[in-house]
Design a protein around this ligand. Structure first.
Ligand code: PGA
Length: 248
C-alpha cells in the first residue's frame, strides 16, 4: 500500500460560506476517500462553520483555522481565538504561515504562543516553517528552518511536541510557480524530522507547500520524506483539487 498522505488545502482569503458549500458539494460528488489519506481544509475564519457543516460525515476530512490568537478570549479586534475556531467546527490550526510572519510581522515568539494555545485548546497545530530566497541563496536554509522550529517548540512539553504536524514551505515557492525539487525538499524534511525526533516527537509528519499543482504533485508525493502537501492556489477549484488529492 502507498504511504499515508495528508492533502491540505489552504484557501487563504477566498471562498465565502456559500462558495465553500458549493466547493464541498462539487468535491464530494463521487469522491472516494482513500483509507491511507487525510483531507484537510483551511477556510477563512468566516467560512469554517459552513465548511465543517458541508463536509460533516465525509470520511477522513478535517477543517482548520488559518491562524489563531494565543489568548482564549478578550479585546483583540479582528482575531480568532482557539475556542472560537473550535466552536465553529475546526479541529486543526495553521500556525506561523509565511504570510502571517512576513506580511503581518509575526515573530517566532508569537508562533510559539500560538502553537501552545492551539494544542492547549484541543486543535492540532500545523506549524509552518520556511526560508526566504536570500536565505536559501546564502546557504542558510537549514539554519533558518531549524531556528523557527526550535523557537516554536523548544521548551514545550513532549505532549505538545508529539501532537504537532509541520509544513515546510519555502517562502520563495509560495504563490510564485517555483517549487523546490522533491530531492531538495527531502533534504530539508530530513533535517526537520531529525530535529523533531531529537525534541521527542515519536513519529513526525512533514508536509511540503509552495506552488504544488497537478503537474508536480506526483513527484513530490513520491519523495519518501514528504508526508503530504499544503496547497494554496491550486486548491481553490474543486475539480483540480480533487485530481491533486487523487494522485496515485
Ligand atoms: P501556494 O500556497 O500553493 O499558492 O503556493 C501554499 C501556501 O501558502 O500554503
Amino acid at each position: 500500500m502507498a504511504r499515508p498522505l495528508i492533502m491540505a488545502a489552504n484557501w487563504k482569503m477566498h471562498l465565502a460560506p456559500a462558495a465553500a458549500r458549493d466547493f464541498a458539494r462539487a468535491f464530494l460528488s463521487g469522491f472516494v476517500a482513500r483509507p491511507d489519506r487525510r483531507y484537510w481544509f483551511f477556510p477563512s475564519a468566516v467560512s469554517i462553520e459552513a465548511t465543517a457543516a458541508a463536509f460533516a460525515g465525509a470520511e477522513r476530512v478535517s477543517v482548520g483555522c488559518q491562524d489563531v490568537h494565543w489568548e482564549p478570549k478578550g479585546a483583540y479586534t479582528g482575531a480568532t481565538s482557539v475556542p472560537l475556531a473550535k466552536g465553529a467546527g475546526a479541529s486543526l490550526a495553521l500556525v506561523g504561515h509565511s504570510e502571517r510572519r512576513h506580511v503581518f510581522g509575526e515573530t517566532d515568539a508569537d508562533t510559539a504562543r500560538k502553537v501552545a494555545s492551539a494544542h492547549g485548546g484541543g486543535l492540532t497545530p500545523l506549524l509552518c516553517v520556511g526560508e526566504q530566497l536570500a536565505e536559501r541563496e546564502a546557504g542558510t536554509t537549514e539554519a533558518v528552518v531549524l531556528r523557527q522550529l526550535r523557537a516554536a517548540l523548544g521548551g514545550q512539553d513532549v505532549g505538545l511536541i508529539g501532537a504537532v504536524v509541520v509544513a515546510y514551505e519555502p517562502v520563495w515557492a509560495i504563490g510564485t510557480g517555483k517549487t523546490a525539487t522533491p530531492a531538495d525538499a527531502g533534504l530539508v524534511h530530513r533535517a526537520i524530522r531529525s530535529e523533531l525526533v531529537r525534541m521527542g516527537h515519536p513519529s513526525p509528519l512533514i508536509l511540503y507547500g509552495g506552488s504544488v499543482n497537478e503537474g508536480n504533485v506526483a513527484g513530490l508525493a513520491a519523495e519518501p520524506e514528504i508526508d503530504g502537501v499544503l496547497v494554496g492556489g491550486a486548491s481553490l477549484d474543486p475539480a483540480a483539487w480533487r485530481r491533486i488529492c487523487e494522485v496515485p
